[in-house]
Design a protein around this ligand. Sequence first.
Ligand SMILES: [Zn+2]
Length: 545
Amino acid sequence: MALATALLSTASAADTLITNANGIQVDSAGRLEHFTGLLVGADGKVIRLLHSRDPLPKAAVTIDEHGQTLTPGFIDAHGHVIELGAHALQLDLVGTRSLAELQQRLRDYAAANPEAKWIQGAGWNQELWPDKRFPTAADLDAVVPDRPVVLGRVDGHALVANSAAMRLAGVTAQTPAPAGGEIENGVFVDNAKALINRAIPAPTDADLDRQLAKAQDILLSFGVTGVGSMSTALGDWLAMKRAGDAGRLNVRFMVYADELNLLKEAPHPTPWLYRDRLRMVGIKFYADGALGSRGAWLKQPYSDQPNTTGNRLHSDAELRAMADTAAAAGFQIATHAIGDAANAQVISTYEWLDSKYGLNRRWRIEHAQVVDCADLPRIGRGHMIASMQPTHQTSDRLMAEKRLGLARLKCAYAWQSMLRTGAKLAFGTDFPVESPNPFPGLAAAISRQDINGQPPGGWFPEERVTFPEALHAYTRGAAYAGFAEDRIGALDRGKWADFIIVDRDISKASVPELYRTQVLETWVGGKKVWSRPPAASAAPTERGR
Ligand SMILES: [Zn+2]
């Protein structure tokens, strides 16, 4: 053992050689590049890619991939990191088929989490239960009488609280419901939810640390090695720094602060910290809400509610002033815009910034979902980044048709048009709104079809992108969107050896197969940081036999 260790440490280079891989990435010209292996230096960076006829270099460690498919780690350009971990650690009630099943899951969760002072969960839907009756405070008291319990309905518009939670919130049978809300037997609807939610204590540092650790585990299990961390609050940022100090950052976070709240803590963008694992790069703003709740700000009224055009969150002058403050401090700006009016406002704001600060500060439009076709070319002309989420298209399709009508959908979720007008495309998922799994995103991007193949032929199929274009948007494009293309997003010489091993050749897989791709191993900086547990990886093979 001692001898082996000595040999390793005195080898001419402590390099790692990965061989016999079915390597796939997009090259700098946007073409698919195939390779068979890579040489990784002791510093965790790529020394070079190997192609089939290259002689094998000497290395301290050689790993044979036996023909398995290897690609760069995915970069999700837009996700909510702490929320991902927080949701995963809460009681999951999605799919409960009866009140009794909800109660059983609650009983199990309470027993498994004795330290949780408040029990929080979400996902119930009484429409799926035999009698369709809403749960009550008494139903929850019967299971957990001594600790506060708050369980959200699947759509987020209602919650049910137990008596202990109502007591701590100071709510009694006499408490009137606020305007725009309802209270009945422990169920709090819409504006009434705040009466309970404001009593829930803010997460402690230990809570945030656990949420961040959980989020990293989930991301790595899906092959996501880099994230544009959106709407990052001060507590989230400090949790990321604690993880960095403790050597527990395994995902690289490009951080966008929540509005201007972090300017005191980080008055300017930070350099890359913790060997390129963390950087404060920008500020996130909101121009409007979302389409489902008719909060997206439209130029013309909603097709299914003609008395509204949605929620405009800022006047032009206000948004300009906020953006000016961020830009003057050197930050990149990422603004949420869903409706065509919001997109037009954000584009105009960025054009104004360009006139003041010069071109190509990589201003980002988050979602860029519904754009007036007349405004599209302005995004490309301004070298702006369209940060889009392919799985929003498949999830939103039927709802978007109702809200907007077909005519207005011509330049909605318009990935191919974005590319054609010269916009820089970056893909992500907006997790936990959607799963952070990048493979459904790739599949949706190339097909405009959901996992069930709907609709046949694809929805507005002219907006499909090619597989190399989709992979680019999810690797190099997402790195570029976070000013990180010089270090991640591809396995080029000098970049970090962040890569994954997957269970099929994603460049050849059919759309349904691409949807079902599973990650087997995830490597960050030349080190294996996640691998699929043996039982879980055996299952699909056995089913396949
Ligand atoms: Zn988001």
